[in-house]
Write a protein that binds this ligand. Structure first.
Ligand SMILES: *Cc1c(COP(=O)(O)O)cnc(C)c1O
Length: 370
């Protein structure tokens, strides 16, 4: 018997996206790096990628990379794309993960840890390009050739930039040209022929769609593109990819016409956020056994245009179905398309069953089961 709530992942949709992206990256002469943090590097999905020939993975959580090292051995290249904690350096060296680094102090500690294990550790220098998140400021990297002489057990193999993550700063041609110049300078300073420039995430695809060839960018890191076929930094879908690989099913546990009391005092919601309810009189509302603990309600999409998600508490999702032509009842199971934030939280929630399917990609999104 099927259990709800459930997260359903359609492997066929993802397979087609991966295949499309692999072809494009080959044309663009760029190394594709598949970011696995959005689904906790869950085995069925990373296995699919591996079987399709993917050998470059990146994650912001070291435990996910260590698991992939165990699954796939030395054949895969693993990047830790969140700056490491000092306590993680031993595990990083042992598992040959390549971390992003943005401090000389961290580089020095890495050198010490690597020396102890008699293993040269590859690292990538993160560079700040305007999103004000992680990375060295470009001017800190002048004369790097001199500085890395102190760290013989560390090999700086590339530089990386990430945009549109914290402040929504979008990449453009100027930023890219600047990055390419920094890379060339670093390459000269370090005297490394295959020193590379890595950019991410999905937001960068747009630049290749426009231009197709950026001499000097070697690697593209992305998660959202192959998983969701969308680019949330521009609030758009990527038309040459497919959406809808992630669906969430949840059951209606109450359905009634209800009215928000307009006369009592207005406080805050259960999370301390201010609320601005619409006092519209009685409206038919469905309560589903699914909540903020399991999903991000702002990134759930429901196909019934007469229904609106009005909010969520820790354990209920509330859908206004007053204007719907469908007859919803208690016990009905509704199906939502999930965006990045909703799917990530669903993977993290122990309350959802995770199911992988290989069936048809497109289907009735609000299908009701009794
Ligand atoms: C998450 C992440 C990515 C991938 O971002 P998407 O928007 O999912 O494509 C790339 N690089 C870094 C450093 C990240 O943290």
């Amino acid at each position: 018997m099927a259990r709800y709530p459930r997260l359903e992942v359609n492997l066929q949709v993802i397979e087609r996206n991966v295949s499309t992206i692999l072809t494009r990256c080959q044309k663009w002469q760029m190394r594709p790096v598949f970011v696995t943090k959005g689904f906790l590097a869950d085995f069925p999905l990373v296995q699919l990628l591996y079987e399709m020939g993917v050998r470059n993975f990146a994650d912001s959580n070291l435990a996910n990379l260590v698991r992939m090292r165990t699954f796939f051995g030395q054949e895969v290249r693993l990047s830790l794309i969140r700056l490491p904690m000092i306590q993680e350096l031993g595990t990083i060296v042992e598992n040959e993960c390549i971390p992003f680094i943005s401090h000389w102090e961290t580089l020095e500690r890495t050198n010490t840890v690597a020396q102890k294990r008699r293993k040269v550790q590859e690292v990538v220098l993160a560079i700040e390009m305007g999103d004000a998140r992680e990375g060295f400021l470009p001017e800190e990297l002048f004369h790097i050739g001199e500085r890395v002489k102190d760290f013989p057990w560390v090999s700086v193999v590339g530089t990386a930039s990430t945009l549109a993550c914290l402040n929504g700063v979008l990449p453009n041609e100027k930023i890219l040209q600047q990055l390419i110049k920094y890379k060339e300078d670093l390459k000269k300073e370090l005297r490394k022929e295959d020193f590379f420039l890595s950019v991410g995430g999905t937001t960068f695809f747009e630049l290749w769609e426009e231009n197709t060839r950026w001499e000097g960018v070697d690697e593209l890191r992305f998660g959202e593109a192959f998983l969701f076929g969308s680019d949330i930094s521009r609030k758009k879908i990527i038309p040459w990819l497919e959406q809808g690989a992630f669906r969430i099913w949840a059951e209606i546990v109450e359905i009634r016409s209800k009215e928000i009391d307009p006369h009592s005092g207005q406080g805050f919601d259960a999370f301390g956020e201010s609320v601005h309810p619409h006092f519209q009189g009685k409206r038919k509302r469905a309560l589903l056994a699914l909540g903020k603990q399991d999903i991000d309600e702002h990134q759930l999409y429901f196909a019934d245009s007469g229904a609106t998600i009005v909010g969520a508490t820790s354990n209920y999702l509330v859908v206004d179905v007053e204007d719907s032509t469908k007859e919803y009842q208690v016990g009905d199971v509704l199906c939502f398309r999930a965006g990045y934030g909703a799917a990530l939280r669903a993977f993290l929630s122990p309350y959802l069953e995770k199911v992988y399917v290989k069936g048809e990609g497109v289907r009735d999104e609000y299908k009701i089961q009794r």
